[in-house]
Design a binder for this molecule. Structure first.
Ligand SMILES: Nc1ncnc2c1ncn2[C@@H]1O[C@H](COP(=O)(O)OP(=O)(O)OP(=O)(O)O)[C@@H](O)[C@H]1O
Length: 358
């Protein structure tokens, strides 16, 4: 296995800058997930590592080797795509061994590799089947098996689970996590699904418009987002945003008067006092509200999602961004009128430019 280093990498398609100076070091054996909205450039960055797209400037190293001018097949990477692209007339065994045979790999070694991959992926009973005799999840396992038999330095996954239904996606997610542990492989994984990113990643790379916004462990990004974009992208259900005005500062806490919420005040932990009157944005995760409280504001619950261990109460559902409040019980709160307040020290502060104020 090998590390991957991306240094000042850019990508232009004609006049359009799709990747605008990316820097990232993926450790040997690490599982890094690229996440971000559609069109932010995550697939392009992955394809540049694979060698399927040229690099406009900068360089990419796999291990100690600069791979900018190395052919995809010689980079020691194996890629798994969203469309599994199996050969329909070949058995599972043949699909997995085909690439190796074409490269003139010795028969006994090819067989050994296929058997090892089939064992890891629990495909042994299916080796003689044709792709049409497999479920979607099994087909994707074969596609992953085809990558494993190549014994690559780095695995690259481009939205490998997006063609599967929700239940299978969860199953395969667990399987990929197990595979990563078992193979101790370097893996780079692209998805637009933040839940997939949170559950799989050692570290998540959040991209927006061709720029890396933040790199960190899932919980670092959740608890300490660098800006409002990352805060809004990571976390499900999503964070709530309020606008407000800084008032007093006392004992490590900034008080913020929330706009349009009566006399409601958020008490936010920060290291520095803001000038009184500064316009700011306050981010509150659904679990960081409490019912009642002296400095709260009233809401009317429109919709309740009961998930068993937690209920999500939705208010203001006619607005673009409904308010989402988590509640740790399973009572039916539909059409409840409640006062909620923000737990002291739990909200996140952002400046007018969206950057985090700490
Ligand atoms: N061959 C190409 N020529 C011109 N523009 C391209 C080309 N390939 C990608 N783009 C553009 O580059 C941008 C990034 O595309 P990319 O596929 O990397 O995004 P993504 O983050 O993977 O999105 P998605 O989640 O929708 O797959 C998009 O605006 C896309 O339209």
């Amino acid at each position: 296995m090998a590390s991957v280093s991306i240094n000042q990498v850019t990508k232009q398609f004609g006049a359009v800058s799709v990747i605008r100076g990316a820097n990232l070091h993926v450790e040997d054996g690490e599982l890094v997930v690229f996440v971000g909205p559609s069109g932010c450039g995550k697939s392009t960055l992955l394809r540049m590592i694979a060698g399927l797209e040229d690099i406009s400037s900068g360089d990419i190293h796999i291990g100690d080797t600069m791979v900018n001018d190395i052919e995809p097949g010689d980079r020691g990477v194996a890629m798994v795509f969203q469309s599994y692209a199996l050969y329909p007339h070949m058995s599972v065994q043949q699909n997995m061994s085909f690439g190796l045979r074409m490269n003139g790999n010795e028969k006994a070694d090819t067989e050994r590799r296929v058997q090892t991959a089939a064992k890891v992926l629990q495909l042994k009973p299916l080796l003689a089947r044709l792709p049409k005799q497999l479920s979607g999840g099994q087909r994707q396992r074969v596609a992953i098996g085809r990558a494993i038999v190549r014994e690559p330095q780095v695995f690259l996954f481009d939205e490998p689970l997006s063609n599967l239904d929700a239940e299978l996606r969860v199953q395969m997610r667990v399987e990929i996590a197990r595979l990563h542990k078992e193979l101790q492989a370097t893996m780079i994984y692209v998805t637009h699904d933040q839940t997939e990113a949170m559950t799989l990643a050692d570290r998540i790379v959040v991209l927006r418009d061709g720029l890396i916004e933040q790199v960190g462990s899932p919980l670092e990004l959740y608890h300490n987002p660098a800006n409002a974009f990352v805060a809004g992208f990571i976390g499900s259900p999503r964070i709530n945003f309020f606008t407000g005005v800084a008032t007093e500062y006392a004992e490590g806490h900034q008080l913020v008067q929330l706009s349009g919420r009566g006399s409601a005040v958020a008490k936010v932990a920060t290291t520095e006092a803001l000038p009184s009157g500064t316009l700011i944005k306050v981010g509150v995760r659904p679990e960081h509200f409490e019912i009642g409280g002296a400095c709260g504001f009233p809401i009317k619950v429109d919709v309740v999602e009961q998930l068993g261990s937690v209920s999500y109460l939705y208010a203001d559902t006619t607005s673009e961004y409904p308010l989402i409040v988590a509640r740790q019980d399973d009572g039916d709160h539909r059409s409840d009128e409640l006062t909620i307040s923000i737990r002291a020290g739990k909200a996140l502060l952002f400046g007018a430019d969206g950057n985090r104020l700490r």
